[in-house]
Design a protein around this ligand. Structure first.
Ligand code: PAF
Length: 335
């Protein structure tokens, strides 16, 4: 693990995670009355109250209580409609659904937003219950990383491209926790959002390369009506920030509209929108705009045809935002 990543047991954020564990405990006891049978009547509707597991033992017991295929939706909490759509997709794919909530220190760099990452455990539980999740696995840092991990997942060349170049070590930390979650929960299916397209590609690659026995499902990005992709970090945006942030999705749609004219035209159309946003107040500070092969995240060249992903990332103020859209590039005579 590169030394620039957060160590799991150190720093001011360790105190944050202890508080989070206490919150888990409080939430656990406040929902205790709903637990027998785990089904209660609320507002006239049937609501399944998830079993909350904070430790490996509690998770094993909760898992033993499920029947049939199990789906996992790994999250870092601060659940929004995008996460809820992942839980619904998981329910369509399996008999029981587990949602994990864990803000993983290993995937944050020293200057990133680990300490201020939103933690909204009570609201997350409500969302999981409303979507019919059976298990919420909400471990503390001590449960996930009882000591400094010595053996971790190395994300390889793809992990150093695009988002990985902007956030060194991020994909190593992300893959490490995803593999741990897959090993702990042992789901048949795991559902991830396509909004983090490179994350999804990296997880697919890890599962294939390491023969992890799980089916990986990608679910479509959920957007606001004006096109802004839902993200837990959107809550950091002021009204002015949000107006600037809209340039990300507008740029992607402009690029996709130019798909018939080939890769260079796609990037040029998107860049025109982003250039304007760079001069806005507040400005968009662009990290990257790339047109890549979705399975390798290598940039495609002028003559490329086939599936591609147009991906963008930038900062508005201190908020790091990413977005992408899939597209199909065709040969000139098909245009
Ligand atoms: O996408 C996320 O929220 C995280 O990267 C994940 C997959 C839960 C791993 O921490």
């Amino acid at each position: 693990m590169p030394s620039t990543r957060r160590t799991p047991g150190a720093g001011p954020s360790a105190a944050n995670d202890r508080r989070t564990t206490d919150e888990h405990r409080r939430a656990l006891s406040s929902t205790e009355q709903d637990r027998p049978g785990r089904i209660s009547e609320r507002a006239g509707g049937r609501v399944v109250t998830p079993v909350i597991a904070a430790t490996r033992e509690e998770l094993a017991a909760a898992r033993a209580g499920t029947e049939g295929a199990l789906a996992l939706v790994p999250t870092m909490g601060a659940l929004h409609e995008g996460h809820r759509s992942l839980i619904r997709e998981a329910r369509r794919r399996a008999d029981a659904v587990a949602v994990s909530i864990f803000v993983n220190p290993l995937q944050f760099g020293p200057n990133e937003d680990f300490d201020r990452y939103p933690r909204t455990f009570e609201a997350d539980l409500e969302a999981c219950a409303a979507e019919g999740a059976d298990i919420v696995f909400a471990p503390s840092r001590e449960v996930m990383y009882p000591g400094e991990p010595e053996v971790t997942v190395k994300s390889g060349p793809m992990g150093e491209r695009v988002e990985g170049a902007a956030r060194p070590g991020h994909f190593d930390g992300m893959l490490t926790v995803v593999l741990k979650l897959l090993n702990l929960v042992r789901p048949d299916v795991a559902v991830f959002g396509q909004k983090d397209a490179q994350q999804l590609a990296m997880i697919r690659r890890m599962v294939a390369d390491l023969n992890v026995p799980v089916e990986i499902v990608g679910a479509p990005t959920v957007r606001e009506q004006d096109g802004l992709a839902l993200s837990s970090r959107n809550r950091y945006l002021s009204e002015d920030d949000r107006r600037t942030a809209l340039a990300l999705s507008r740029a992607l749609y402009a690029g996709v509209d130019a798909a018939d004219e080939g890769p260079d035209a796609v990037v040029a159309a998107a860049a025109t929108v982003l250039d304007k946003a760079a001069a806005a107040d507040p400005p968009l500070e662009l990290d990257y705009l790339v047109l890549v092969d979705p399975s390798t995240f290598l940039q495609v060249t002028t003559g490329y045809t086939g599936p591609a992903v147009l991906a963008v990332a930038g900062r508005v103020g201190t908020t790091h935002l990413i977005d992408n859209l899939p597209l199909q590039l065709v040969t000139p005579k098909e245009r």
